[in-house]
Design a protein around this ligand. Structure first.
Ligand code: UDP
Ligand code: MG
Length: 315
């Protein structure tokens, strides 16, 4: 019989986990497929790990990985991908914003049609602060313009994939991971399943505006070189403009002499160019910082304890 593996990254999810577990069990027990649920405890500070261990004790289909500290959702997903055994693999949030009720339909699509993955997309963002939605929309528009990875607006990390696609994802060892970009970049045939947004069942979101902003910048820098080219384009434009300006000044001097003026305009130009230069250097700095973290080859995650021996301790 075929097997499906669910990867569930959890960070301080003690309120939501019991709901999630019950719901998923109910749904998976109804369909004819073998399954495993792999909880990844991402250094939670509450009793998340104890709850997961309890599930593991009474249910042999539950496995777990527990990190030595909080490594972030990207690392948790990666740890999951590295350690699952199923023919199909799905990533799901613990807060039920990725409705488990969609699983049977997703499985059906991947088993009967010629797709390598079934991904989900929120068609609305109800229940989300309007500022957050606005920035999210702008971000998706921008990143699709300037990078190869096509990233769909409203795309969730919730998706079901064949194992060979997961193996490719595992082989992409970059340290700065942006999974939405990786999924799009590797290609494969993806079916997009739309659904209405849900609010989390319990607990609180782990993302504030600042964390999301950093995540968006990471996404852009990891999947586009356009910002890096910005400096050279702007430099070229400035050279051209200053050349024309030079001709203008020479002609004016020859025709009208040289009245002493221009302090204000000089300062404006110096300040403006100075600003652009600092900005460009900042962009270059962002890329260098990424190169720096990549070149250290640090592990993506460190496991403190796990349900079985087969789980890779550092990777
Ligand atoms: N999560 C995680 N590590 C983190 C932050 C979040 O594993 O550092 C998990 C979290 O437990 C949840 C999922 O990632 O299962 C999505 O987080 P959340 O619901 O807070 O994000 P949102 O739905 O608000 O975007
Ligand atoms: Mg959520």
């Amino acid at each position: 019989m075929r097997k499906i593996s669910l990867i569930v990254p959890c960070y301080n999810e003690k309120e939501a986990l019991p709901f999630f577990y019950n719901e998923v069990k109910k749904i998976l027990d109804q369909i004819e497929i073998d399954y495993e649920i792999l909880f990844v405890n991402d250094g939670s500070k509450d009793e998340t790990l104890e709850i997961i261990k309890e599930f593991n004790k009474k249910d042999e289909k539950v496995r777990y990985i527990s990190f030595s500290r909080n490594f972030g959702k990207e690392a948790a997903m990666y740890a999951g991908f590295c350690n699952v055994k199923g023919d199909y693999v799905a990533v799901m949030d613990a807060d039920m914003q990725d409705p488990p009720s969609l699983l049977p339909e997703m499985l059906n699509i991947i088993q009967t049609q010629n797709y390598d993955s079934v991904a989900t997309r929120r068609v609305n963002r109800e229940g989300e602060p309007p500022v957050r939605s606005w920035f999210a929309r702008k971000f998706y528009r921008l990143i699709n313009k300037i990078s190869d990875a096509d990233i769909i607006d409203g795309a969730r990390d919730f998706r079901l994939m064949r194992k060979d696609m997961v193996d490719v994802i595992v082989s992409m060892q970059e340290y700065n991971r942006f999974s939405k970009g990786i999924f799009g970049w590797i290609g494969f045939r993806t079916y997009w399943l739309p659904y209405e947004n849900r609010e989390r069942v319990a607990g609180e979101t782990k993302w504030n505006i600042w964390k999301l902003f950093k995540y968006a910048i990471d996404g852009i820098i990891n999947f586009s070189e356009i910002p890096l080219n910005f400096a050279s384009w702007f430099g070229m434009l400035m050279t051209l403009v200053s050349f024309l300006f030079l001709i203008f000044i020479i002609v004016r001097k020859i025709c009208f002499g040289d009245p002493v003026a221009g302090w204000a305009s000089t300062i404006c130009i110096i300040v403006f160019i100075g600003g652009i230069q600092l900005f460009s250097m900042g962009i270059i700095g962002q890329y260098i910082a990424k190169i720096y973290t990549e070149s250290k080859h640090r592990p993506h995650y460190i496991v403190k304890e796990a349900s079985d021996e087969k789980i890779k301790r550092v990777h």
